[in-house]
Design a protein around this ligand. Structure first.
Ligand code: MN
Length: 128
């Protein structure tokens, strides 16, 4: 079973991701701040990381930078969870080393297809 680490501080979003991933038979592990996310990534080595940008302790950019510089985690795909309204976040996320991004609120019709591409290693840097 593939494991997805969700780094997200919003409980409603966590609930949504947990529900969607479990329904699709993925194991979900969760962190609620950037620092805990980095720690859990190194410890659990998930197949994919969903990284919120606005996070306490360490933001999503800094957490991704750390993940991408550590030998044991640098090859794990990271997709940034960016806000639809925050246009500059996408470019910054990709510059920081994220492999792609997903906009919040997610589109339930395309979200799982995007996630499956990341898990298959087919990274799409869908720059608009
Ligand atoms: Mn947040």
């Amino acid at each position: 079973m593939k494991r997805i680490l969700v780094v997200e501080d919003n409980e409603n979003n966590l609930y949504l991701f947990r529900t969607i991933f479990q329904k699709n038979r993925y194991e979900v592990i969760e962190a609620r701040d950037g620092d805990a996310g980095v720690e859990l990534a190194a410890k659990e080595k998930p197949d994919l990381i969903l990284m919120d940008i606005q996070l306490p302790v360490l933001d999503g950019y800094k957490a991704t930078k750390k993940i991408k510089t550590m030998e044991e985690t640098k090859n794990i795909p990271v997709t940034a969870l960016t806000s639809y309204a925050m246009v500059g976040d996408r470019e910054k996320a990709l510059d920081t080393g994220c492999d792609g991004y997903n906009e919040k609120p997610i589109n339930p019709e395309t979200f799982m297809a995007e996630i499956k591409k990341y898990l298959a290693g087919r990274i799409i840097q869908n720059i608009a």
